[in-house]
Design a protein around this ligand. Sequence first.
Ligand code: ATP
Length: 134
Amino acid sequence: TQRTLVLIKPDAVRRGLVGEVLSRFEAKGLSIVAMEHRTIDAGQADAHYHEHVEKDFYPPLRDFVTSGPLVALVLEGDEAIEVVRAINGATDGRKAAPGTIRGDLSLSNRENLVHGSDSPESAEREIALWFPNL
Ligand code: ATP
């Protein structure tokens, strides 16, 4: 079994899609191991997205992820990292496949509703960053 860090981003909270997003993960069979409603500051955004802080798209991304509350959670299950990324769909909601969260519900490559860790190393780092007591 594996754990992964998921963010239900501020656009999903604003649009009232938290339940819709959560229900897809739950219906798949993943377990919620931790969950918190939180508004983050720029420092937490930079720590989370440390690999992107120098990129051109980062300043508006930082503004977006700090723009309102989000829901951070840890999901657990067999191959949870890959399974969550498949459920989330491709980064750009305009290109993500129908049936995925982004493909069904997002029309943007920035406001794409969710984040999921992309490797076991990222999952370990991100879980420690968001839920240090876990
Ligand atoms: P995540 O890491 O959030 O699950 P991802 O792995 O599909 O998404 P990354 O390439 O790691 O995508 O980018 C992280 C986030 O940065 C994306 O989810 C999106 O919100 C934003 N982003 C990525 N590329 C762009 C871009 N070209 N323009 C605007 N925002 C972008």
